[in-house]
Design a protein around this ligand. Structure first.
Ligand SMILES: CC(C)(COP(=O)(O)OP(=O)(O)OC[C@H]1O[C@@H](n2cnc3c(N)ncnc32)[C@H](O)[C@@H]1OP(=O)(O)O)[C@@H](O)C(=O)NCCC(=O)NCCS
Length: 314
């Protein structure tokens, strides 16, 4: 009988400090009207002195509690982040100790596609039997690498964390996943530093990113559904990377998925990179929209570019 990797717990956390669009308009030449219309974002949460590990710890404890799993039962921790606490050791090992786990733990860096890459990696461990309970985290403090004087990027990003506990199960879980990378898009989105100088800032060609995101993610979703002999109408929920409402609604329109079936949380927290999908998932699970047996499509894209999608039964 096929063994599935099934999500048995979700958790999320946003740091308490909030920066609204109106707050931003006091320091840069922008407005709530412009930001809301172009992105759908109303506010973002920003760390004061918390690290990616600190944010993750709260999200993880919520996920472990829902899963009814103790940290010492975990077989593996995969921590997706672009803003690790230190160059080394891996933030995953800091978290391992913070929650009292003893299993192997490693970081995975794939920017805004980080959670999709981490969850797909975790699934392989479960399918092969190498692990049975895995903690998968997306946690970011992107505010540290945002140039707060650059109105083309400062309006978009925020901090936060999301986590899931993945377990081997006879019940259906992850059904299909696909990952892609294409490093030729380097100049469209990057942090222009080389570790030797200093921390750099996010540099982005917004229009270019927008078009690539809509085209790649729409085509990928169509491919995923075709390969599973499914149609978009069979999806209960699409849980997309929370980058921009216009990107999300363009993809939903192309797939003919009504917006009522799309989980959108970005108004509250902006683009939290690797944290955004598990954050949105946790919100919709806890408010009762997503229920056991629902079919979900995750999809995300980030700098590189790297992108991917996961189809699963929750
Ligand atoms: C960034 C983004 C919101 C910009 O929206 P856009 O519709 O493409 O806007 P443009 O860049 O064409 O700029 C339009 C005008 O608004 C101005 N503008 C840019 N940022 C602004 C801001 N924050 N406030 C007010 N005006 C702004 C521009 O200077 C430009 O002015 P001009 O017409 O006088 O030259 C949009 O391109 C986007 O969301 N791209 C994807 C980014 C993303 O998701 N990145 C992460 C991927 S993981």
């Amino acid at each position: 009988m096929r063994k599935f990797a099934r999500i048995i717990g979700t958790g999320s956390y946003l740091p308490p400090k909030i920066l609204t669009n109106d707050d931003l308009s006091k320091t840069i030449d922008t407005s709530d009207k412009w930001i809301s219309a172009r992105t759908g974002i109303k506010q973002r949460h920003i760390v004061t002195d918390e690290s990616a590990c600190d944010l993750a710890k709260v999200a993880v404890n919520n996920a472990l509690e829902m899963a009814e799993v103790n940290a010492n039962e975990l077989d593996l921790i995969i921590f997706a982040t672009t803003t690790p606490d230190k160059i080394f050791p891996a933030t995953a090992t800091l978290l391992q100790t913070a929650i009292g786990a003893t299993c192997p733990a490693f970081d995975l860096q794939s920017v805004c596609a980080g959670f999709i890459f981490a969850l797909t990696t975790a699934e392989q461990y479960i399918k092969t039997g190498a692990a049975n309970k895995i903690l998968v985290i997306g946690s970011e403090t992107l505010s540290r690498i945002v140039d707060w004087q650059d109105r083309t990027t400062a309006i978009l990003f925020g901090d936060g964390a999301g986590a899931v506990v993945l377990a081997g199960s006879k019940e259906r879980g992850i059904l299909h996943s696909k990952l892609f990378s294409d490093g030729r898009y380097l100049s469209a989105l990057q942090v222009d530093n080389n570790y030797i100088n200093e921390t750099g800032f996010i540099q982005m060609k917004g229009n270019e990113v927008f078009k690539i995101a809509v085209n790649q993610l729409s085509s990928l979703a169509e491919e995923m559904l075709k390969e599973c002999n499914m149609s978009a109408s069979q999806l209960d929920w699409m849980v997309p990377h929370q980058a921009n409402i216009r990107i999300i609604s363009a993809i939903a329109k192309r797939l003919k998925i009504p917006m009522e079936k799309v989980v959108v949380t970005l108004a509250k927290h902006g683009n939290t990179s690797a944290a955004s999908i598990p954050l949105a998932l946790d919100v919709a699970v806890r408010d009762g929209r997503i229920q056991r047996g629902h079919t979900l499509l995750f999809e995300g894209i980030g700098a590189g570019f790297s992108w991917g999608s996961i189809l699963l039964e929750f």
